[in-house]
Design a protein around this ligand. Structure first.
Ligand code: SER
Length: 595
């Protein structure tokens, strides 16, 4: 197979789909906007949920991009050959346009044509849905694969557990999929070995989801969508490995500058088994942290939500840095290598470079202090130790409260001739994971990429609120953040001081006046230029497309926005501000409800 760089792969993907009349919409933010149900964007389809459900997309019905994604559920697996927290997903979509007849031959072409990946057909296998009471056996896809050139014995029918795609939490668009695998030349592990086997013979590289169903509420019924969509996703890092005959994602060009720098600074070798895992964890975590900080909605480390994940990533990297004898500050230089590598593609990294560096420095300094307390705590534990083993609960407390990975505790114990009850630690760890899993399921409860009517109404209320802020307080006020659940809105904006009770009342009154006037919420599509001229506010940077949607509430608001919204202001009933507070320096936050 031909060797390929990440840059070539990204460009090849985009040009393949542009030739097939797709619009490149660029990567959406890693931090979802107007969506409190997930912490980070987990797939290319995630920001597109409203459009998969039927909202018209301003760029049309055929879209493609390279999407920045983060998934942290497997954070403890990071360090092996394949797991990453941040990754890039190559994606394309049909929003009620083409379906299987087009997508399957295209997939075959992209995978096998020498102009594109050029993978020999004998190295490929595909799976299709075997069918159930909701969706029939997908013989149609199997036939299309065969017609395209895939030998029959390389096509496998698998059940729902393998060939059905839905968002975790189960709410949102979903459907059967066909998955494509690279087949490694190793022998079958058993006569029954097929792409669902995890022996390593079959490596999944691409997934075409035929999204024609949806689920509206947790455990709700599966119903037909009004349009048949295609949603595909290919993992860039994995394909890069396969094409270049590389075993581990960490050995691709993506991490090369970072690893070389760390080797120079530490005097240790990545090839040394004793250190390889630490190298990899630092690479993954600092890359992910750099992407979060450098995002257009970039946030700072904190103790809640995304900020907490960011903090954990940085602190975990710091602990592993210690094992390589790297200084905390060295991690800022590691981060610089990622900014340098990615800045041409994700230009926001360059714009936010100083913020990334400043926040990393600040967090590193804060954590040095915690580490010192952790070491003090360790000394205390030693002083009270009965026997020669640190128990699992204590080891877990060191991990949970002071950020000591188990390896660090083991290493410190070893220095003192002591043992650690690793099994006991793992039990506590598993219990904790179970609790946080339940926590995140709770988070999904509102419905992923929530498009409920309650949220749409609050979204419209947000537009009215911004309009009111600009007309009552200052016409230079802009949105600095928005987070909506079906229960409330939370809106951040620039303003230098606390609002008075009179001002809050005036804001409420103005929004309620708009509601009383029963105004239609009108959506129009136009070029960015026209939007600008028409006096719409919102984000005018639309590097990737010229047509935008403008939502107008006559007399009160005109904003560029993706929607969805209420149809008429009367649907909002009554608007009430429940809190006004400082969000950060120069930024105020309003929480409000509709009752
Ligand atoms: N949604 C599918 C996935 O995440 C394809 O984009 O794999």
């Amino acid at each position: 197979m031909r060797k390929i760089t990440a840059k070539e792969l990204r460009e090849m993907w985009i040009s393949f789909f542009e030739e097939k009349k797709h619009k490149n919409i660029g990567s959406a933010s890693l931090i979802p906007e107007n969506d409190a149900t997930v912490l980070f964007t987990i797939a290319g389809m995630h920001p597109l949920v409203p459009y998969l459900l039927g909202e018209p997309h301003p760029q049309g019905k055929r879209l493609c991009n390279v999407q920045k994604c983060i998934r942290t559920n497997d954070i403890d697996e990071v360090g092996d050959n394949t797991h990453l927290t941040f990754f890039e997903m190559l994606g394309n979509w049909s929003l009620g346009d083409y379906f299987k007849e087009e997508m399957i031959p295209w997939s075959f072409e992209f995978l096998t044509s020498p102009k594109y990946l050029g993978i020999p057909v004998e190295n490929l296998a595909v799976t299709v849905f075997e069918g159930d009471e909701i969706s029939p056996r997908d013989t149609e896809s199997a036939e299309l694969w065969e017609k395209a050139g895939m030998p029959k014995d390389q096509i496998f029918y698998l059940p729902k557990s393998d060939n059905w795609w839905a968002l975790s939490g189960g709410v949102g668009p979903c459907g059967p999929d066909t998955e494509m695998f690279y087949v490694k030349p190793q022998p079958k592990c058993s006569p029954n070995c097929n792409p669902s086997c995890d022996c390593g013979k079959y490596v999944e590289i691409w997934n075409d989801v035929f999204m024609q169903f949806k689920v509206d509420e947790p455990n709700g019924p599966v119903t037909e969508l009004k349009q048949k969509n295609v949603d595909t996703g290919m993992g860039l890092e994995r394909v890069l490995c396969l094409m270049n005959g590389i075993e581990s994602v960490y050995e691709t060009e993506l991490f090369k500058p970072a690893i070389e720098l760390m080797e120079r600074l530490s005097g240790k070798s990545y090839n040394d088994e004793a250190y390889r895992r630490s190298f990899r964890i630092i690479c993954d975590h600092i890359r992910c942290a750099t992407m979060i900080l450098g995002d257009k909605n970039g946030i700072k480390p904190s103790n809640v939500g995304q900020g907490y994940i960011l903090r954990r990533l940085i602190r975990r990297a710091l602990n592993y840095a210690r094992q390589l004898d790297l200084k905390g500050e060295d991690l800022v230089l590691v981060s610089d290598t990622f900014v340098d590598y990615f800045k041409d593609f994700y230009t926001e990294l360059e714009d936010n470079h100083k913020f990334i560096q400043d926040e990393l420095h600040a967090e590193i300094n804060k954590f040095q202090t915690t580490l010192v307390s952790g070491h003090k705590e360790f000394e205390k534990i030693l002083a009270h130790l009965d026997g020669d083993t640190i128990d699992g609960k204590t080891a877990f407390r060191l991990y949970d409260t002071f950020g000591f990975p188990i390896e660090l505790t083991q290493e410190l114990a070893k220095e003192k001739g002591l043992k650690v009850d690793v099994e006991g630690y793992k039990e506590h760890f598993a219990k904790h994971q179970e609790t946080s899993r339940q926590g995140s399921e709770h988070l999904f409860k509102g419905g992923l990429a929530d498009t409920s009517e309650a949220s749409a109404r609050l979204h419209t209320a947000t537009h009215l609120l911004l309009g009111a802020l600009r007309s009552i307080l200052d016409e230079n006020i802009e949105q600095r953040g928005s987070n909506i659940t079906p229960e409330r809105l939370r809106f951040d904006f620039n303003f230098p001081r606390k609002l008075t009770p009179e001002e809050l009342q005036a804001l409420e009154d103005r929004v309620n006046q708009a509601i009383k006037n029963e105004i239609d919420v009108v959506c129009e599509q136009m070029s960015v230029d026209e939007a600008h001229k028409s006096g719409a506010i919102g984000i005018f940077d639309s590097k990737y497309g010229d047509i935008v949607k403008v939502y107008t509430i006559k007399g009160y608001s005109k904003e560029i926005c993706g929607g969805p919204h209420a149809k008429n202001t009367r649907d909002l009933h009554h608007f009430k501000i429940v809190k006004e507070e400082s969000s950060s320096s120069g930024i105020r936050r309003i929480k409000a409800i509709l009752d």
